[in-house]
Design a protein around this ligand. Structure first.
Ligand SMILES: Cc1cc2nc3c(=O)[nH]c(=O)nc-3n(C[C@H](O)[C@H](O)[C@H](O)COP(=O)(O)OP(=O)(O)OC[C@H]3O[C@@H](n4cnc5c(N)ncnc54)[C@H](O)[C@@H]3O)c2cc1C
Length: 430
């Protein structure tokens, strides 16, 4: 969902994705969008954390947070001691904060990981599960006994194979991320219907007179638009909607999905004149630590990432509020939110000038939280759905929270659905 006028393009939700999923890259090619892609400017690799009343640059290595004073000497020495920390043998899930505190030390866990989890997931680092959110980190510990040793070993293995390095480019499209689904929907071979709400899904046994049940079909109830009959369905709605839709088909799976917390997020987009734009640093944006008297979770400097998002020399900033630790931010009026964002941009970055444009986008249920217990939810739901022929669950409910991961999961589940349809077809022909 995006809004465009007079050279501005404001994304209401995601604004870019890391092109780490080869299936999504192929999908972009199929959609004919390679020439429409925007790549993040190199300067967008600079990222900041607002902490102890000032901006600290972080990454790409430990020198930045040390130079900026975000980490003290003890904090850095503790990171280098990571290979000496024994691996955890307990198989239970662990929070992202606890995992990072145990392996990398408290300074990293408190000063970098906490605000980063708020920025990425609008989530609470003490509740998010490292096993569900970052399974690769857990694997490094399990397989190599240490994150640092594991990273080095993987680099060496990659160098030996001469494989090209995996792409991790932050990418978007000229007319926003919506360009991908919109382009795909124009395929004349596909019947795409939009603007319809599925309100329920029922399974109908398929029988011929006197014969036992031969299979099943599904009937989708559409709000104000009758029904749709299908041999297979891929449910790719937000997790709380998917839970409702699955209720009559797989009640236990529905109950489990309904337990996934999905806190609200409010996006406050502000457009600034060239004079005010100059006061924004070069970089991707900033995360804000809690306890600074600032309610904003973070702010993306969109035009620093993709200059095409605003008219020449202007700057589009998107401030985020709400999330798992501050859900009541959603209760503020639009004018209060804009005033709050302006006040906090003044106190953090010294931006005093009034914006030339503002827009507020509300997400009542923004980002599913993969908290402790999510791995079990995922495994159980996947197991229960295995027993439901022709029903597939895609999107960010289980397989990863991001545009690319959700798209990749749609492709994966779509392929499974096609495989199932072929087998149904074969059975009918026999
Ligand atoms: C403010 C914000 C910023 C974000 N920024 C980023 C970012 O920069 N990069 C990134 O990678 N990720 C980002 N994310 C996360 C990313 O948006 C999600 O992970 C991704 O969109 C999930 O895709 P999805 O297809 O699972 O769900 P959605 O994108 O939520 O799509 C679900 C679809 O289901 C439809 N639907 C809902 N109910 C029904 C129904 N009853 N019947 C039929 N259809 C229905 C909806 O209309 C919608 O089209 C952000 C999220 C938010 C909220």
């Amino acid at each position: 969902m995006s809004w465009a006028r007079d050279g501005w393009l404001i994304e209401g939700g995601p604004s870019g994705y890391l092109d780490t999923e080869p299936t999504v890259t192929r999908l972009v090619e199929q959609a004919g969008l390679e020439t429409e892609q925007l790549r993040a400017r190199p300067a967008a690799s600079r990222r900041f954390i607002y902490q102890r009343q000032r901006l600290h640059e972080i990454g790409p290595n430990l020198l930045k947070p040390v130079r900026s004073g975000l980490l003290g000497v003890a904090g850095v020495l503790r990171v280098f001691a990571e290979p000496a920390i024994r691996r955890r043998l307990d198989a239970g899930e662990e929070s992202v904060w606890e995992f990072c505190r145990r392996r990398l030390g408290r300074q990293v866990a408190d000063r970098i990981v906490r605000p980063a989890m708020l920025g990425i997931f609008a989530g609470d680092a003490e509740r998010l599960s490292v096993d569900a959110c970052f399974p690769a980190l857990r694997r490094l510990e399990q397989e190599h006994g240490s994150i640092l040793r594991g990273v080095m070993a993987r680099r060496r293995a990659k160098a030996d194979t001469n494989d090209p390095p995996r792409s991790r480019k932050l990418t978007s499209f000229r007319r926003g991320l919506q360009q991908l689904p919109r382009s795909l929907a124009r395929d004349p071979q596909i019947d795409v219907r939009t603007g319809l709400q599925v309100t329920g899904i029922r399974a109908v046994p398929e029988t011929t007179a006197g014969a036992p049940e031969q299979g099943r079909r599904y009937v989708l109830d559409l709000e104000g638009a009758g029904h749709l009959s299908a041999d297979a369905i891929v449910i790719a709605s937000p997790v709380q909607v998917s839970a409702r839709l699955l209720h009559s088909l797989a009640p236990e799976a529905a109950t489990l999905l309904a337990q996934v917390p999905v806190p609200p997020v409010v996006v406050v987009a502000l457009g600034f004149s060239p004079t005010a734009a100059r006061a924004f640093p070069q970089g991707f944006g900033m995360l804000v630590s809690r306890g600074e008297g600032v309610r904003m979770l973070g702010c993306l400097w969109e035009s620093r990432i993709y200059p095409e998002r605003s008219p020449d020399d202007h700057l589009l900033a998107r401030a985020m509020f709400g999330g798992r630790l501050d859900p009541t931010a959603l209760e503020l009026e639009d004018t209060e939110l804009v005033a709050l964002a302006r006040r906090e941009l003044r106190s953090t970055l010294g931006i005093g000038e009034a914006p030339v444009l503002s827009r507020v986008v509300r997400w009542n249920h923004a980002i599913p939280q993969y908290e402790i217990g999510h791995v079990q939810i995922r495994q159980r739901v996947e197991h229960l759905l295995e027993a439901l022929p022709g029903v597939y669950l895609a999107g960010d409910a289980l397989e990863g929270v991001s545009f690319a991961k959700a798209a990749a999961s749609g492709i994966r589940q779509g392929k499974r659905a096609v495989g199932y349809l072929r087998s149904v077809q074969r059975q009918r022909e026999e």
